[in-house]
Structure formats: structure tokens, C-alpha cells
Design a protein around this ligand. Structure first.
Ligand code: NAI
Length: 494
């Protein structure tokens, strides 16, 4: 017999151990443990409590990196005290760049859509690393906090390529990209551009883009029109929970975080501290996440057996206290799973998963990288410095700020062309109705007669040096053209 595939297993906090042990019972009954060995790792509340701010022991990190797969229960995020969410840390640390969640009407789970006979079955792929989740935040004046939002071409390419490959694997023909590129033209614009660029590699698929607000409305009004939607991180986070609401709540949404080397499978809901230890938690989300793990590693038939038994159980009215018809008794976690085990080999009357395909581990791991990789989409682009945006912490009027800055840049190759406040232009033209705060952006651009490409950063730094003698400059951004195209947006009203 071939060696078993090792998968790191973190039971989680709160209801985590209860739903994890029940899920493992089900896996054992379905023959999964003939192929997989779960290796326990220490993560979560107890590790935080021992003073480890990452929430996972070094041994746990080593085990996950060695085996490349983590199956985890929900984990508590410590409030305050510098401890970060393990879930976010794990996804980012190990490059699990695509968060995949499937949302579908399940038998026995009543929703407004199931009552109206509207079938819901779609998948959201959320970019998992970038966006505001970089957590790059600063206080830049007394009254202003700032968060840097990072969207990259290689990061977008990874998630879009994965989405299109997923569409082919699932037999889905239509892929939507949600975005806000009408407002965030550079960041969301890049995410959308790369969606369109990658789509050209998948001519068999139909692609559409949809602005995020319209997407939310459409998902609620006509969820049946969507099959697969790819989204940037924060928008994906919000829309995924909206989607969970369409199918009966977070307890029914599984989640996989897929990376090139390491993938993490977890329930979407939290640790449910209000019911922890009572043995009444609903294990469905974790079971469904486990099914995604089995499909990922190649145990497709075992996954189908478990899924059919689960669907059949739900159809038969098997339920925990948080859902289902109140005229059937609510079961505890273990009794619920015992009912699913009893139905292994049976199928639901509708929506049965074909019991075909691989029943052995087929996952082949990519070789371990010897160093951190710098991913690149574009190279050989000609970049020219054409100015800079200088951010100033000062409660001052726009006219006075302009006066002083004009004097400070008098002998620089740059001239002051615009001042904005909270992204709205207030100088040289603006409206008296624009309310300002104590944080300004001053834009300097090359004076007429100075061609782009004549300077590097030197004159910008010299200008900054002059400005910092008078003002607190909290940051600056180079203004550059990339193959002649400005790499910066205009201010609102500019
Ligand atoms: P929660 O999802 O734990 O609970 C919200 C409500 O849903 C509660 O009433 C709870 O009893 C119920 N609920 C959740 N899962 C259930 C299940 N399987 N069966 C029956 N009822 C269930 O969200 P909350 O209270 O905001 O977060 C609690 C903790 O969980 C926090 O520390 C949070 O940071 C963490 N969390 C962890 C996640 C993860 O590990 N992936 C995800 C979300 C939250």
C-alpha cells in the first residue's frame, strides 16, 4: 500500500474541536483515513495565550509547510493586544491566493429562494492576499488615518487564471469579474484589465464584468444568473457573506484557500463561543470544506459519497438546532454526523453528485521554492519621473499652502499644479463648499520646457528637503509615466 498523504490538522477553538472530531468520524466511515493521515498542529487561542503573537507554534508552521495542506477549525482572533487573525496570517504567509466558496441551496435548509423555487448555486473566488488586507495603515495627521490599497498584476493574474481553470473544471461557461474600476481606475482598473487579458487564454469561456454595487443587487434579485464570480479581497469578503445569507447563513458555506504550494480548508463561520462545549454546533460547513479538501487531493469518489450522504440527510430533515423545520427534533453534533454516516452509499433525490472519478490521492506538490519568488507580469517598461505628490500634515488654508509651496519650489524643475484634500481638488480651482481636514496633497509636475526622462528622483528629493523645512511631510509618491502613460490618477474635480 502506498504511503498516506499527510495533512496538518488544527481543531480550532470554541466549537472547533466538536465539529472537527465529528467530521473526522465521518471521514473514517467513508474510508478517507485509508489514504490520508491527519497530523495535529497547535494553533489558536492556547498558542496566543502562551504569548505567541502569530498564534501558531514553530512546529505547526514547519508541519504545514512540509505537508502543504491544512484542515482547520475556526479560530478565535484575540481582541487588541497585537494578536492578528491566524486565518489572515496563514493565507498571506503561505501564499494561499484564492479563496473559493461555493454557495448553493441545500435540501432541508429553507431560504426565501428555496421557497420561491429559485435555485442558487454559484462559486465566489476572492483574491486573498492583496487589497486593503495588506494592513498597511498609518496615522498621518491628528485627524487622519490612511490605509494603502495594493493591487498587483501578478497577484491578479494568479487569481484570474485559477478562476478560469476552476470554471473549466466545474464545467461552468460564464465567469463574472466584480470590481469598482469606475472609481478606482488604477487599482480595480488593473484587476479588471488582467481579467480581460487572462480571459483571452480561455476562449471557450464567456466573461462579463460587473460593478460591485450592481453585483450585490443582481445577486440578491437574480442569483441564478451567476455561476462563478472573481473579486478583489475586501469586496470578495463582503460579497461572500452576502452570498452565504442567500443560502441560509455561514453554517452552510465551505471555504478553500488555494495556493501554489500550500492550501488551507476551513469552515467559514467563527468559533461560536455562545454554544461552545454544548455539543450542538452544526458541522455542515466544516464537512463541506473537508469535501473540498478531498476533491483537491484526488479522493473524488470519497468526497461524492460523503456529499451525497450529507445532502440525503438534510433532505430527510436531519438537522442541528440552528436550522431546519422545527417539527423535527434538533440533533447534537455527533448525532447529526451519525445520521450522515448511516446514509453513506445513499443519494439525495435531486442534485446527487456522480460517484465517479478518482479514489486515490492524485495531488502532486510543486517543488519547494529555494527562495522567495519575485513574480512579474510586466518588465522592460520605460519609466520617467514627471513629478511628485507630497502629503502634508497641517491645518492651513489652501491659498496659504499654495503661496508657501510656490515659494519653496521657485527654483525647482517642478511647479505646483494642484492641491487636493480628501482626494478633491481645492486649488488652483475648487469650491468653497468643499470641507477640508488637516491633511493635504500637493502635486508638483515638470515645468514647461523640462522633458520627461531628463531627471531621476534627485530633484524630487531636493524639493522634499525644502518643503520639510517648513511642513511635516508624512509621505510622498513619485509621479511617473510608464511607456508614456501616467501612472497616477487625477484628483476629483481636476
Ligand atoms: P461566529 O460565526 O462564531 O458566531 C456567530 C453566530 O453564529 C453565533 O450565534 C453562533 O452561535 C452561530 N454559529 C456559528 N457557527 C455555528 C455553527 N457551526 N453551528 C451553529 N451555530 C453557529 O462569529 P463571531 O461570534 O463573530 O466570532 C467568534 C470568534 O470566531 C471571534 O473570535 C472571531 O474572530 C472568530 N472567527 C473565526 C473565523 C475562522 O476561524 N475562520 C471566522 C469568523 C470568526
Amino acid at each position: 500500500m502506498t504511503a498516506k498523504l499527510k495533512v496538518a490538522l488544527a481543531k480550532g477553538d470554541g466549537i472547533g474541536p466538536e465539529i472537527m472530531l465529528a467530521t473526522l468520524d465521518l471521514f473514517a466511515a467513508a474510508g478517507v483515513l485509508d489514504h490520508v493521515e491527519f497530523v495535529p498542529v497547535e494553533m489558536g487561542a492556547s498558542v496566543f495565550a502562551a504569548g505567541n503573537s502569530r498564534g501558531m507554534t514553530d512546529e505547526a508552521v514547519r508541519t504545514v509547510e512540509e505537508h502543504g495542506l491544512l484542515f482547520k477549525g475556526p479560530m478565535e482572533t484575540p481582541k487588541g493586544g497585537g494578536g492578528k487573525s491566524i486565518n489572515v496570517t496563514a493565507r498571506k504567509l503561505w501564499g494561499a491566493f484564492a479563496n473559493v466558496r461555493r454557495f448553493r441551496s441545500l435540501p432541508g435548509v429553507e431560504t426565501v429562494y428555496s421557497r420561491a423555487g429559485v435555485p442558487v448555486d454559484f462559486t465566489i473566488v476572492r483574491e486573498n492576499i492583496e487589497d486593503t488586507y495588506g494592513g498597511i495603515e498609518h496615522r498621518v495627521s491628528n485627524d487622519t488615518m490612511q490605509c494603502k490599497r495594493i493591487i498587483t498584476a501578478p497577484g491578479s493574474d494568479q487569481v484570474h487564471r485559477f478562476t478560469f481553470q476552476t470554471a473549466r473544471r466545474l464545467g461552468v461557461r460564464l465567469v463574472h469579474c466584480g470590481h469598482k474600476a469606475n472609481i478606482m481606475k488604477l487599482t480595480d482598473g488593473l484587476f479588471l484589465d488582467r481579467f480581460r487579458a487572462l480571459a483571452r487564454e480561455f476562449p471557450d469561456l464567456e466573461t462579463k464584468d460587473v460593478i460591485i454595487d450592481a453585483l450585490c443587487m443582481e445577486l440578491v434579485v437574480r442569483p441564478q444568473n451567476f455561476k462563478l464570480v472573481v473579486l478583489p479581497n475586501l469586496q470578495g469578503d463582503i460579497v461572500s457573506d452576502l452570498a452565504a445569507g442567500l443560502v441560509g447563513g455561514l453554517g452552510f458555506a465551505p471555504s478553500a484557500n488555494i495556493g501554489l504550494h500550500i492550501s488551507i480548508f476551513e469552515a467559514v463561520h467563527g468559533t461560536a463561543p455562545d454554544i461552545a462545549g454544548k455539543g450542538i454546533a452544526n458541522p455542515t460547513s466544516l464537512i463541506l470544506s473537508g469535501i473540498m479538501l478531498l476533491q483537491h487531493i484526488g479522493l473524488v469518489r470519497q468526497a461524492a459519497r460523503i456529499e451525497n450522504a450529507l445532502l440525503r440527510s438534510l433532505e430527510d430533515g436531519v438537522r442541528t438546532g440552528d436550522f431546519g423545520r422545527k417539527d423535527t427534533p434538533a440533533l447534537g453534533t455527533r448525532e447529526f454526523v451519525a445520521q450522515v454516516v448511516a446514509r453513506l452509499g445513499r443519494q439525495p433525490s435531486t442534485g446527487a453528485v456522480p460517484d465517479t472519478g478518482s479514489e486515490r490521492v492524485t495531488l502532486v506538490r510543486s517543488p519547494r521554492p529555494s527562495t522567495q519568488v519575485v513574480m512579474r507580469t510586466f518588465s522592460k517598461i520605460v519609466k520617467h519621473v514627471v513629478g511628485c505628490d507630497v502629503y502634508i500634515d497641517e491645518a492651513i488654508s489652501a491659498m496659504e499652502l499654495a503661496d508657501q509651496l510656490n515659494r519653496l519650489c521657485a527654483d525647482a524643475p517642478f511647479r505646483l499644479t494642484m492641491i487636493s484634500n480628501r482626494g478633491t481638488q481645492i486649488w488652483p480651482t475648487g469650491s468653497v463648499y468643499t470641507e477640508c481636514v488637516d491633511y493635504f496633497r500637493a502635486r508638483f509636475e515638470l515645468r514647461p520646457g523640462f522633458e520627461p526622462g531628463r531627471f531621476g528622483q534627485g530633484p524630487v528629493i531636493a524639493l522634499l528637503d525644502r518643503i520639510t523645512e517648513r511642513f511635516a511631510v508624512t509621505c510622498f509618491e513619485l509621479l511617473r509615466t510608464f511607456d508614456g502613460t501616467p501612472g497616477y490618477s487625477l484628483a476629483q474635480g481636476q
